[in-house]
Design a protein around this ligand. Structure first.
Ligand SMILES: NC(=[NH2+])NCCC[C@H](N)C(=O)O
Length: 403
């Protein structure tokens, strides 16, 4: 294992990307069926081999531009070399209240017998009924044979949500959907136990109010926008504000209400940044999104009155104007491309962004605005409703250039 010290620091959405964590989809996606896909938050049953090819091409596009790609499963496996991390992982996953003591003993024994590679596999891909030969208690016998003892985590593909770096600290998030909650036990384990992250004490943890990384946008150093809707609760935004102010990581947090719908589950499904002063936005919300600026005041929080998002953001960022690429698409095309994550771009430097190739018109508008677009295919990856930004957790970016 590589024990050299590595930097981790992210203060914007657009500073040159140096290191990113991805998750190459694998066996956990093979668990998806029409019976469980709704619960596991996928809209179709992906062709796994093709999804892997698409993901490999995404990773390669990043490497071709000098980005170091870390894989979540490898980091997890490394962390599980440590006895303390193993014990913690097994304790977390076997706390499942559905099991009863007999099944718990059987699963604990099974997991304790696994080497780090197979233990990581069980934590990510889950454990099917038939894979546990030894569990013959009541709970095991009454379980449907097609059910999982440990649920698979296909949502890990979207590494943006289960952790987010804010400055040199990581927020291990508190995911709202039951199907995704266990993901942050994994990211928490990586950051706590992998030597690469030694000393990066988390600034948020999964026991706190709901907060998902897809809602957190680092508008500029010291300024965060946090969507609040289906996933991040207002209490989650408030808690994050207290945590980042307390740690000196930000001076303003903009709470941005978004519709509580699947299509707009995270702020990054309607808005991402492509330059230090430019966002791409889903047209219907571009001029209707609002924000409440939260700042620290006398040991508590001050909440400013509701204002248009673009104005509140520009003020907090010290800009005259935050430019918006209002893609100007007709409403039907705009709605289709938003659903396919057209607005969910990953900037790898100012004015250079990765986007799904299928969103032809949004990409054409980005280019008309002078943004260089690196197109990747996502016909299978997109079936989980996430684009390049959702599928990436930046760990190191250069500071953004001054405006
Ligand atoms: N940052 C994002 N927009 N992530 C998308 C996550 C998609 C995932 N299927 C979910 O429903 O949770």
């Amino acid at each position: 294992m590589d024990n050299t010290t590595h930097e981790h620091r992210v203060t914007s959405e657009v500073g040159r990307l140096r290191t990113v964590m991805l998750h190459r989809p694998g066996a956990e996606l093979k668990r998806l069926t029409p019976r469980n896909s709704d619960k596991l938050l996928f809209d179709a049953i992906p062709w796994v081999g093709r999804a892997q090819e698409e993901h490999d091409a995404f990773a390669q596009a990043l490497r071709d531009r000098g980005v170091e790609v870390l894989y979540l499963a490898e980091l997890l496996q490394d962390a599980l070399e440590y006895g303390e991390a193993r014990a913690r992982a097994i304790a977390d996953v076997t706390a499942d209240p559905r099991w009863g003591d007999q099944l718990r003993r059987a699963v604990t024994g099974y997991l304790e017998d696994q080497d780090p590679e197979h233990l990581a596999h069980a934590l990510i891909a889950g454990l099917a009924h038939e894979e546990l030969k030894a569990g013959h208690g009541l709970v095991y016998r009454l379980m449907d044979r097609l059910d999982f003892i440990i649920d698979p985590l296909p949502g890990l593909l979207f590494t943006r949500d289960s952790s987010a770096w804010i400055g040199d600290r990581v927020a291990v998030t508190s995911l709202a959907m039951p199907a995704r909650r266990a993901e942050s036990a994994i990211t928490g384990l990586i950051y706590r136990h992998h030597p690469r992250f030694a000393g990066a004490g988390p600034v948020y943890d999964p026991s706190l109010e709901h907060l998902e990384g897809g809602d957190v946008l680092l508008l500029s150093p010291g300024v965060l926008a946090v969507g609040t809707g289906e996933r991040t609760t207002p209490a989650g935004v408030e808690r994050l504000a207290r945590q980042v102010f307390g740690a000196g990581l930000a001076h303003t947090v903009l709470a941005v209400p978004i519709a509580q719908e699947r299509a707009t589950m995270h702020l990054d499904t309607v808005c991402t940044m492509v330059d230090i002063d430019t966002v791409v936005m889903y047209p219907p919300v571009a001029h209707s999104l609002t924000a409440y600026a939260v700042t620290a005041a006398n040991g508590d929080l001050d909440v400013a009155p509701e204002r248009p998002f673009l104005e509140a953001a520009a003020d907090a960022m010290g800009l005259d104007r935050l430019k918006v690429i209002d893609t100007g698409l007709d409403p039907v095309t705009a709605e289709r491309e938003q659903w396919d994550d057209g607005n969910n771009t990953l900037a790898i430097a100012p004015r250079l962004a990765v986007a799904y190739e299928r969103n032809i018109e949004t990409n054409a508008q980005l280019e008309a605005f002078g943004i260089e677009v690196i197109r990747i295919s996502g016909s299978e990856l997109g079936s989980g409703r996430g684009g390049p930004r959702c599928m990436s957790c930046p760990i190191l970016r250069d500071p953004p250039p001054a405006p």
